[in-house]
Write a protein of this length. Structure first.
Length: 380
């Protein structure tokens, strides 16, 4: 079988490219005869092996239809699998035209990493609503993959044919465990501390100030607790500067500045496992109303770390598959504090959560997720 993916790809910093890399490598492990090609956005690494090739050829800001169509045709794929994110493929006629061209020659699988509704949409579309756009996309493909049950249910509500829809969880990379003390030394963290980790870029909708707001209550019960923001301020994103400043001001206002630590440098992808090894619990306090999965969440799961998440569709697998006790409302820092205290003080509770996290990590390992993809491909 010959599969072509259309996606971003490393070394471009993009969660979709990272996803495609993990999935394609897992498929290569489980099927030694599978031929994989990746039609990638410019900036991707060019690879030309016997069974694995990349072709960096398009720019999301240009009319990419002919370039992607031509690059895909060179690989003569049995199936084209598009890893879709609106930031890469804006909701306009270009992407619909691409689907129409590809459909003439091959089967199309579309993974929707985000599902918008008319209420959550923040893209300017003049010709139609976002729900009409989702429906038009669906009528041009042979299968649609989403990561959450709620994403499928929302698309069905939008009149997408349910028979097209397949729920496949986000994959989990099982990370190697490093020495915790050595990892803390690498990032200049107190060795005897208990680390509440928030990693990834800053941004208003990530609501990380809630962790700072919860900290005074946590410190009453866990005086050696520290919050570690391992994310990096992107020079070209003003919102990153604003939100980091907000966290610093909030910490100063609450008198906990000495227990809030910011990474002193950009932390590369190959160091994420060490960052996670430093932590005792990882927090995701986001507030997002649209439907999506979370690669960051699965990195924490792959490190077998206790996690605490806000109650939004993005994290629905946590209460469903790990524990309902790890969830708080996005504006409730007091509830967040109570969960953190329980995880840091109650060893029996903590160990039971870690066991559940391990089980879910193994159930969603990339090799198993790749096998599920292969099963779908064979039905088309």
């Amino acid at each position: 079988m010959n599969i072509s993916y259309i996606s971003t790809y490393p070394p471009i910093r993009c969660g979709i490219g990272t996803y495609t890399n993990f999935l394609s490598q897992a498929l290569s492990r489980i099927n030694k005869e599978l031929r994989i090609s990746i039609v990638a956005e410019n900036g991707a690494k060019k690879i030309k092996d016997k069974l694995f090739k990349t072709s960096p050829c398009f720019n999301r800001k240009e009319d990419y239809v002919q370039k992607i169509n031509a690059a895909t045709a060179e690989f003569c794929p049995d199936i084209v699998h598009i890893q879709h994110e609106f930031a890469v493929f804006n909701p306009d006629e270009r992407f619909l035209n691409l689907l129409q061209e590809l459909k003439k020659k091959t089967k199309i699988v579309l993974t929707l990493h985000t599902v918008h509704t008319n209420e959550t949409n923040d893209w300017n579309i003049e010709a139609m609503s976002i729900e009409e756009y989702n429906l038009r996309m669906s009528r041009l493909v042979n299968a649609i993959i989403v990561h959450q049950v709620s994403m499928k249910e929302e698309l069905v509500r939008q009149n997408v044919n349910e028979k097209l829809l397949h729920v496949i969880p986000h994959g989990t990379e099982i990370l190697e465990q490093a020495n915790k003390i050595e990892a803390k030394r690498k990032f200049e963290l107190p060795e005897s501390s208990r680390i509440i980790l928030s990693f990834g870029f800053f941004g208003k909708l990530k609501r990380k100030e809630l962790i700072v707001e919860a900290l005074p209550e946590v410190l009453k019960k866990v005086p050696d607790a520290y919050v570690f923001f391992s994310g990096h301020v992107r020079d070209w994103v003003q919102e990153d500067f604003e939100t980091r400043k907000l966290y610093e001001e909030k910490a100063k206002e609450l008198g906990v500045s000495n227990h809030v630590i910011f990474a002193k440098r950009y932390i590369h992808d190959d160091e994420i496992d060490l960052v996670l090894d430093c932590s005792d619990v990882v927090v995701f306090p986001y507030f997002q109303e649209w439907y999506s999965g979370s690669g960051s969440l699965h990195l924490a799961i792959g490190a077998f770390k206790p996690i605490v998440v806000s109650k939004i569709p993005k994290f629905e697998e946590v209460p469903g598959e790990i524990s309902k006790e790890l969830v708080f409302n996005p504006d409730d820092s007091s509830k967040l504090a109570k969960i953190l205290i329980k995880l840091l003080v109650n060893n029996n509770f903590r160990e039971s959560i870690i066991d559940n996290v391990k089980s879910y990590a193994l159930a969603t390992s990339w090799d198993l997720i790749a096998k599920t993809h292969m099963q779908l491909y064979k039905t088309l």
